[in-house]
Design a protein around this ligand. Structure first.
Ligand code: NAP
Length: 269
């Protein structure tokens, strides 16, 4: 078993990384930053987003696991105090990886400009905003005109990203076993002149949505909050990717329990 570690860079996460390498050595796990089987992210969900983008080029042969050094995360769901249990599970011949993997859908985006098309993947979401002014964009679903959007922006999230920015926008929590993308409005303008649906939309994997910004707008396009510097976009096509991200699950931690523990608290009586 080859592993790599990415940490958040704070003192606690760095110390835990050192401890992990030591414990991994004791268990004869092989450190390999270039072609790991498992990537361990130490920090928070933000650290997992970085790990995802760093190893995105080999999604088909790597799986991720997250340890949190702050609060419980959606991707970072192991506690620092459980590091030995985690390494025992990684090193154990009984925990054959293929039996312990869950795969989550991703958002795929094609950015179309006069120069061609760029494809990007997001683990949480893609956001499109106007930089200096309101975003004005035509939305087309499956090549049928849907609405003309005016407002701060649009957020297209994956099911696992539904608990992140999408949640702050009033979007629904979506179980990651559902192969969908969710389109949520960011402060749309609705009055007698401008009209949008006002609710978020959940599209299945065989549907696509095209967002065509009005010409000459300065846009702020970001995947997982990483800015993509493109101001010459003709359209942005969003759909569920055919690729998925794999997470190692060495023990059960159901999604709805994570939603409860993160947002409501485990004491409900
Ligand atoms: P950040 O400040 O590092 O992260 C913002 C918060 O979002 C952190 O508490 C982070 O958890 C949490 N988070 C990330 N992914 C999550 C997920 N799938 N489910 C639940 N919470 C999640 O922000 P950043 O690095 O610039 O952007 C990372 C992500 O933050 C973005 O992809 C976006 O989803 C989210 N974000 C949310 C808002 C908002 O809600 N208004 C605004 C901007 C960005 P950790 O502390 O564990 O890292």
């Amino acid at each position: 078993m080859k592993y790599a570690v990415l940490d958040r860079g704070d003192e606690l996460s760095k110390q835990l990384t050192e401890k992990l390498h030591y414990l991994a050595g004791e268990r004869h796990l092989q450190r390999d930053e270039k072609s790991p089987d498992v990537v361990v992210s130490i920090g928070g969900d933000g650290t997992m987003l970085h790990a995802f983008h760093m190893y995105q080029y080999r999604l088909e042969s790597v799986c991720f696991v997250g340890i949190h050094t702050g609060h419980l995360g959606f991707y970072a769901d192991w506690k620092a105090s459980e590091i030995e249990t985690l390494l025992d599970a990684m090193a154990s011949p009984d925990t054959a990886l293929h039996q312990r993997i869950v795969k989550y859908p991703l958002v795929e985006t094609e950015l179309v400009s006069v120069d061609g098309t760029e494809t990007h993947l997001a683990l949480n979401e893609l956001t499109i905003k106007g930089l200096n002014a309101t975003l004005v964009a035509r939305l087309t679903i499956n090549d049928e005109p849907f609405e003309m959007f005016r407002g701060d922006g649009i957020c297209i999230s994956s099911p696992s990203g539904s608990t992140a920015y999408n949640k702050s926008l009033g979007g629904a929590m979506v179980h990651p076993s559902l192969e969908t993308i969710q389109i949520a409005e960011i402060a749309s303008i609705n009055n007698r002149v401008y009209r949008t649906l006002g609710s978020s939309l959940v599209l299945p994997k065989h549907h696509h949505c095209d967002i065509e910004p009005r010409k000459n707008q300065v846009l702020l396009v970001a995947k997982d909050h990483i800015p993509l510097q493109r101001n010459d976009l003709l359209s942005i096509r969003c759909r569920v990717s055919t690729r998925k991200v794999a997470f190692a699950r060495y023990r059960p931690f159901p999604f709805w329990n994570r939603v409860r523990d993160a947002f409501i608290g485990s004491q409900i009586d």
